[in-house]
Write a protein that binds this ligand. Structure first.
Ligand code: HEC
Ligand code: HEC
Ligand code: HEC
Ligand code: HEC
Ligand code: HEC
Length: 186
């Protein structure tokens, strides 16, 4: 570099450095709000204090007992209140949280669970393809079985999706995942 060019470069760089530091500092905040995701504990307060820790780690109820559509369709269902009531008509009936479960059951109203994982509308995601390829729930959702209020231990951003898809692009791999834009956006 010639001298004047070098000086100009240093000048511009010294102006850009504080600006990029500011960006790095504020950027993650704004992306969180836009995605309305729950990265990091604690998760949102739910209408019923339902704890995976009690039902999965202590009682060993399988995920599919409550989330049975994950294996066969795009979305994973929330368990209808009838599933809760199947056990709780006999268990912890006097517990105040269970009294509230009973009220939803009697009123035939679904429990309005607050959604934790939600991609923006322009992202296409299908549970069944991933479960079918043998990927465990925990790979994406972390150890939900040990959580109280569910949160996201992993931020499911585009770079994260793509870096896994790339691992499935080796020749002769039984499952091939594409990184073409239209796989996830259309
Ligand atoms: C490859 C990553 C991945 C795996 C594996 C995975 N999920 Fe998900 N899950 C997601 C993403 C991404 C969303 C948000 C989907 C959206 O907004 O369209 C989500 C959303 C959910 C939801 C909220 C409802 C919905 O479908 O949007 C539930 C419940 C859920 N997952 C349960 C499970 C269970 C149970 C398993 C295992 C049987 C599982 N997930 C496996 C990535 C995954
Ligand atoms: C397969 C049976 C089963 C299902 C299904 C089930 N639970 Fe439970 N649940 C239990 C048991 C057993 C306990 C522990 C009771 C204890 O510790 O005395 C429990 C504990 C609880 C507690 C804490 C109450 C306490 O006594 O500490 C809440 C709240 C609760 N469950 C809500 C739910 C909700 C909401 C659903 C539906 C999404 C649900 N449960 C589905 C069996 C079940
Ligand atoms: C007894 C029923 C039950 C079992 C068993 C269960 N879940 Fe759930 N799950 C629920 C309920 C109810 C909610 C909604 C309330 C909440 O977020 O805690 C939920 C929420 C979730 C969410 C967050 C959904 C969202 O809004 O993004 C994920 C992820 C999830 N479960 C994964 C799992 C995994 C993985 C397992 C097995 C390790 C599992 N669940 C076992 C009942 C259950
Ligand atoms: C841990 C690895 C892994 C992660 C993380 C992952 N995927 Fe995948 N994905 C796969 C594999 C493997 C396939 C191919 C499955 C097959 O061949 O049937 C796939 C397939 C797909 C497909 C094609 C589904 C179909 O049936 O056409 C879509 C869409 C997709 N993934 C979206 C996403 C998005 C969006 C994310 C991030 C939120 C994501 N994936 C994260 C491994 C992953
Ligand atoms: C494997 C799935 C996957 C593939 C392939 C993919 N994306 Fe994405 N993309 C996502 C997810 C998930 C998000 C939302 C989360 C985020 O913002 O990181 C996203 C977000 C975006 C956004 C919005 C970013 C923002 O900050 O608002 C743009 C633009 C985008 N993708 C463009 C592309 C283009 C162009 C390609 C092809 C080169 C591509 N994507 C391929 C999953 C994917």
């Amino acid at each position: 570099m010639s001298r004047p060019v070098l000086i100009r470069f240093i000048l511009i760089a010294s102006l850009l450095l504080p600006a990029s530091l500011c960006m790095a500092f504020f950027w993650p905040e704004t992306t969180h709000e836009r995605k309305t995701n729950w990265v990091g504990a604690p998760g949102p307060t739910q209408p019923i204090a339902f704890y995976h820790h009690v039902h999965v780690n202590e009682l060993h109820i399988p995920c599919a007992y409550c989330h049975w559509t994950a294996a066969n369709s795009r979305y994973a269902n929330y368990p209808p209140v009838e599933v809760c009531w199947g056990c709780h008509k006999n268990i912890s009936v006097t517990h105040p949280q269970i009294a509230r479960v009973r009220q939803y059951y009697i009123d035939k109203k679904p429990i309005p669970w607050v959604r934790v994982n939600q991609q923006p509308g322009y992202v296409h995601f299908v549970h069944s393809s991933h479960i079918g390829a043998g990927i465990a729930c925990a790979t994406c959702h972390g150890n939900v079985g040990s959580m109280y209020a569910v949160y996201q231990p992993i931020e499911m951003n585009m770079g994260w999706c793509i870096s896994c898809h790339r691992q499935y692009q080796k020749k002769f791999h039984p499952y091939q995942a594409s990184v073409d834009c239209y796989t996830c956006h259309y």
